[in-house]
Design a protein around this ligand. Structure first.
Ligand code: RP5
Length: 168
């Protein structure tokens, strides 16, 4: 099956966090392709990956980068696909630098920005899944099942808490 999501990250040091995006997609049955490509260290390679993505059947691009994180913005400039950005904590500013660099895109070139770190990476995978699910009933069904599991987990936690409180 052709991958529907392209995950790009600025460095291999980003993989521990960005693997959360791939895991979330796998849970939804969505294939992804992952590459290390940096906006500033490998600008040609990054531009090529972004420009060729739509033609290869990619539907969403997820970009994770730390520090002065311009990867998502550069990729969004080179493709008409939706681009999701995950700011990573890779410097002394603990991701605040990457958050601002990713979220503060000037009007005209949108980047959907998620939270810093693992929560953002997981949510980027889930959000990419939701975008794909608009035209893919099997993915939509997996999202419904995942949400039902989450509901059941919260209800079980509340039931356990109520039982504990009742004991005094
Ligand atoms: C960014 O610089 C990368 O996305 C990474 O988060 C950070 C540090 O990269 P390395 O020095 O670990 O390769 O471009």
């Amino acid at each position: 099956m052709n991958p529907k999501v392209l995950i790009l990250m600025g460095s291999d040091s980003d993989w521990e966090v960005m693997s959360e995006a791939r895991k979330a997609l796998l849970d939804l049955g969505v294939e992804s392709e992952v590459h290390v490509s940096s906006a500033h260290r490998t600008p040609e390679r990054t531009g090529k990956l972004a420009r060729e993505a739509a033609g290869r059947g990619i539907q969403v691009v997820i970009c994770g980068a730390g520090a002065a994180a311009h990867l998502a913005g550069v990729v969004a400039a080179e493709t008409e696909l939706p681009v999701l950005g995950v700011p990573l904590a890779a410097s002394d500013l603990k991701g605040l630098d990457a958050l601002l660099a990713t979220v503060q895109m000037p009007a005209g070139v949108p980047v959907g920005t998620l939270a810093i770190g693992k929560a953002g990476a997981r949510n980027a995978g889930l959000l990419a899944g939701r975008i794909i699910a608009r035209a893919d009933a099997a993915v939509a069904e997996k999202i419904r099942a995942q949400r039902a599991r989450m509901t059941a987990e919260v209800e079980a936690k509340d039931a356990a808490l109520q039982a504990k409180l009742a004991q005094g």
